[in-house]
Design a protein. Structure first.
Length: 147
């Protein structure tokens, strides 16, 4: 008996729901959550034209970074579950003693729900390779201003 009353009530509400005004179909922008989402602050120094401080948001891509789509794609491609994408070069890692330049960078923020606080340089072969893994995010100091 109770089930029959619930069914009759639901049927009686259908005309009222159909008469409701249409809602705009335009998508709403996704908010950048303070404690979620991917947001990085990138500071580059001693790198000439690359110097500056940039904000990068991913998912959706945006911010003040000059190539947010490419930077987010490069990070997404390298991300692995259970691995720290921004981990420093291991102290025990053997590296070539090749100096790549004075460029330095600092990245802070959140990536994949984890805090990021990472420093970058080009002081040896390992650090240069690490910088190059983030070339869309940090810039490529080996490309001249004319390129």
């Amino acid at each position: 008996m109770l089930l029959r009353r619930v069914a009759l009530t639901a049927v009686a509400l259908v005309p009222a729901l159909l008469a409701a005004p249409a809602v705009s179909a335009a998508p709403l922008p996704l908010p950048q959550l303070e404690n979620g989402g991917d947001h990085l602050t990138v500071s580059v120094s001693d790198a000439g034209r690359l110097n500056g401080r940039y904000e990068l948001y991913c998912h959706p891509d945006g911010g003040t970074h000059h190539r947010p789509k490419e930077a987010c794609a490069q990070l997404d491609k390298q991300a692995r579950w259970g691995k720290d994408l921004f981990a420093p070069v291991a102290k025990t890692q053997m590296c070539t003693d090749i100096y790549g330049g004075p460029q330095r960078a600092h990245i802070s923020g959140r990536w994949a729900g984890k805090p990021v606080d990472a420093d970058f340089s080009r002081t040896n072969g390992c650090e240069m390779a690490r910088w190059n893994k983030f070339s869309e995010l940090l810039g490529n100091p080996e490309v001249s201003d004319e390129d």
